[in-house]
Design a protein around this ligand. Structure first.
Ligand code: UDP
Length: 416
């Protein structure tokens, strides 16, 4: 029977699988722990659900731990998140105390696992303060920042940097996010998995049923933005762009689909804002989906004529990758990780305002040939750059370089 990693060969070719196996050889038996703050919702959980089984399949003993906190903790970490993305936030000493205390308690709970691990990946600010509580750690610790940290609020970064600076390495998704730190910094963009329910091929019938379920007309053009209800995703700006475009494209439909991540306390408030802005219009579908609605999201993305991701800040934007994988051109906010994926006139368009988005929507819908061509290029771009196999290769290379310290050359064949 073929191993899990071999099931990716149809997408990547066997060479890539072989290379991954070779890279994994000197890492076999290592104990690796990933820590983040939610099992469901958002891009980090999406990736870890797939990355952990793949690492295990390659013989790297990998587990995933989730930090637990109370509402005050998530309020504080949401402010970190917004502050890292440039918002002016004032975090009270009381909330910072809750942050530190929650980290201390969780680090205590996970002490044995963390102390003995060979490599620990700490994702984002929520568990960043774990490190100082595990002072007898054995392994290498990596802070993996998924946030658009290109222009962080100074106070927030000054505070977080104190927790992060003692790690052995940091990983950012792109160069523009990297902050000065006294340890090696690696650039590793995220990825999608073509074999998940979110991304596998779906039959026409299944897509049709999902459209029926939400009263969406399969015969008319459809714009789709899938996102947590978060102001940085600019759902209200999407509605404005849609309304402007619809003046020229009668019958145009819009889906704004999202749900809350369990570590995001603002979701409900933003959802209400979006509903108010949609004003009950029948062609604007604001869908609140459960966190496991992966096939539904897949179907909506496949049914879309154009994928929108009009974020104002974006760490990476897996929803962009997911849309591109489904051969859809993307109209994306000209920011963060979206810039890495949306290549103007090739895989979609980068926009800076609702007016810009509306103009590009009109352009694409009036140039069907171009729309199809961009969709084909978009899929190929993802295949080459943003599949989980590339991500896995880069995480393994990072682990190899950290675990092997300053050795200049690592012989991958020495155990053969
Ligand atoms: N997602 C989901 N349900 C939702 C909203 C988002 O499953 O209601 C998924 C989405 O398909 C993508 C991830 O969550 O895989 C969001 O990742 P992205 O990088 O776009 O944004 P983040 O939420 O991490 O800021």
């Amino acid at each position: 029977m073929s191993s899990l990693i071999e099931t990716y060969a149809p997408y990547t070719g066997f060479d890539v699988i072989q290379q991954l196996k070779e890279l994994a050889e000197p890492l076999k038996g290592l104990r690796v722990v990933h820590v983040n703050s939610t099992k469901e919702g958002g891009g980090v959980a999406e990736i870890l659900h797939r990355m952990i089984p793949l690492m295990n399949d390659l013989g790297i003993d990998t587990t995933w731990e989730v930090l637990e906190g109370n509402p005050d903790f998530y309020q504080c970490t949401k402010m970190f998140h917004n502050g890292m993305q440039g918002d002016q936030v004032q975090i009270s000493d009381k909330l910072l105390e809750v942050y530190e205390e929650t980290n201390r308690q969780n680090a205590d709970r996970l002490r044995d696992t963390l102390r003995d691990a060979d490599v620990v990946f700490i994702h984002d600010p929520q568990p960043a303060a774990f490190l100082k509580h595990i002072d007898d750690r054995k392994g290498k610790w990596i802070w993996r920042c998924h946030i658009d940290a290109s222009k962080p609020n100074r106070q927030v970064w000054k505070y977080l940097r104190e927790h992060v600076k003692n790690y052995d390495a940091s990983v950012f998704s792109l160069a523009a996010f990297a902050q000065p730190l006294p340890h090696p910094i690696y650039l590793i963009p995220p990825s999608i998995d073509p074999l998940t329910e979110k991304n596998i091929e779906l039959g026409e019938q299944e897509i049709k049923l999902v459209l029926e379920q939400f009263n969406i007309d399969p015969e008319r053009h459809l714009l789709v933005q899938v996102s947590r209800f978060d102001r940085f995703k600019d759902p209200v700006g999407v509605i404005e762009a849609y309304r402007r475009a619809r003046r020229f494209i009668p019958g145009l439909q819009l889906v704004l689909a999202g749900g809350g991540a369990s570590d995001d306390p603002e979701g409900q408030i933003v959802l209400e804002e979006v509903r108010a802005s949609a004003m009950g219009e029948s062609d604007i579908h604001v869908l609140e989906l459960p966190s496991d609605a992966h096939r539904t999201i897949n179907a909506l993305q496949r049914a879309a004529t154009i994928i929108i991701q009009k974020s104002l800040k974006e760490g990476f934007g897996l929803t962009v990758t997911e849309g591109m994988w489904k051969e859809k051109p993307v109209i994306g906010g000209n920011t963060g990780g979206i810039r890495l994926q949306v290549v103007n006139h090739h895989t979609g368009f980068l926009v800076n305002s609702p007016g810009g988005a509306a103009m590009r929507i009109r352009y694409m819908l009036k140039n069907q040939g171009k729309l199809v061509e961009m969709g084909v290029k978009a899929k190929e771009f993802v295949r080459e750059n943003f599949l989980i196999t590339r991500h896995l290769r880069e995480y393994m290379t990072l682990m190899l370089s950290l675990v092997h310290g300053s050795k200049h050359r690592i012989d991958l064949n020495k155990n053969k």
